[in-house]
Design a protein around this ligand. Sequence first.
Ligand SMILES: *[C@@H]1O[C@H](CO)[C@@H](O)[C@H](O)[C@H]1NC(C)=O
Ligand SMILES: *[C@@H]1O[C@H](CO)[C@@H](O)[C@H](O)[C@H]1NC(C)=O
Length: 291
Amino acid sequence: MAKYTASDADTYQDIDCETTDALLPESKIGDASVLAGNRPRAFRGNLTCFFVLQLFLISIYTTTFFTLRRGACEASLVYSPAASAVKLERVRFNATLVIESPYNGPPSKEVDAAWAAIIDNMNIAVPKSDLDRVGAASIRIPDTDNMYFAGLSVFHELHCLKRLRQYTWKEHYFPNMSANDERLNRLHTDHCLEILRQAAMCRADISLFTLQWSEDSLLPRADFSQEHECINFDAIYRWAGERRVDAGRPGILTHPLHASHITPNTGVAFPDGKGDKVGGSEDMSPVVVED
Ligand SMILES: *[C@@H]1O[C@H](CO)[C@@H](O)[C@H](O)[C@H]1NC(C)=O
Ligand SMILES: *[C@@H]1O[C@H](CO)[C@@H](O)[C@H](O)[C@H]1NC(C)=O
């Protein structure tokens, strides 16, 4: 292809205006010809140039608009009904070695309550149409107008973090376990590690961290307390809260086929309203209800 130069541009512009002018019969110019009247030909040439330029700009804007719009659509490859609740914000992480946080520290009622509070909108009700859009099936919620159990992944990830923390205080959270429960608990913990690895790589947070020298060490210190682009959690939490289902309510989850396999006679999945400590079965089916 010929290289584009300034002189080519000049030529191109000249030809374009001349040609357009020549192609348009006087009658087709309509009002412009009336306006132009007996004015010099140069003026009409400028007027035509003006319209051609406008057309050119409009086509650029149109192309840009549709390109950007396509980009915006491609930005969300996977449907979620919660997309409408996504609000981006800048958040500076707390990143000192010892971080004051309600989610940290040795076992206490307060720490447990803090974790329970951010996970409690885990189970939500969604219409069948949401499941259809992601090509998934789920369990129907009894006594509803065709609503199904679902959950937002962020809550499963938080559940996994909670489990990992509990595993670091194993004697407190999982006392006196049988060897088999120990084994299942380890599997559940490994499951959570893998979920969180995939989640971190999936989100691939590209905000920077930096290095600094400190006076009391030969080693450089990393500064992780930079700003991150975050989805406002409160908005997502509220969105889920408005659709929350108490999956632990005895009877809301009742196994239709293998009742006796889960709970003899009734098929009620959580007769006492909660899951077990280990939270894993032999087939490692996911946990629905928090302990
Ligand atoms: C950082 O800590 C402050 C004070 O405890 C807290 O208000 C803030 O929410 C924390 N930020 C993050 C991102 O956790
Ligand atoms: C664990 O077992 C020991 C002895 O079998 C018992 O004394 C202790 O109370 C148990 N701890 C818990 C938390 O159940």
